[in-house]
Design a binder for this molecule. Sequence first.
Ligand code: ADP
Length: 169
Amino acid sequence: AFALPAAAYMLQDQEVHAAQMERTFIAIKPDGVQRGLISEIIARFERKGFKLVAIKLVIPTKSFAQKHYHDLKERPFFDGLCDFLSSGPVLAMVWEGEGVIKYGRKLIGATDPQKSEPGTIRGDLAVVVGRNIIHGSDGPETAKDEINLWFKPEELTSYTSNQEKPDST
Ligand code: ADP
């Protein structure tokens, strides 16, 4: 074997750690904010054990909403959807944790609240697809793109929560 300088090992460890930290973009849409569901929704992600690493309240412009939903631009509801997303404050967040992308979607429930299971956010709190209160990235690539679209790198925090530390300091 060959030896690397200590600093190189440290950098490698950090890279491994960073590569393992899965992150997803979650947004409470204007209907969820206006209905006063912010704390209810955040509580569900917190109680599951996911970690909040970025959060801000923003009113997106329509062109920003079009960028966010660009995959849906051929759909008949695209224009109304972008009007709606830019109609008021959106709570944009990044959540971190093992399996957070897929499990976040599970917590959210199916796109159409009529088909979302009870116990999910949309199942418990929403009724129609055009007002389904929350967005969550649907895969690793989308998560990366959406985090980069909504947040600047310096707005993303990186920290070890007290529960993750052996001595609770
Ligand atoms: P999801 O938000 O579950 O990832 P999609 O990416 O398919 O679902 O759609 C994005 C958003 O577009 C949905 O959350 C919903 O607000 C809206 N939407 C989807 N389908 C319809 C529809 N048939 N009519 C109106 N709005 C829709």
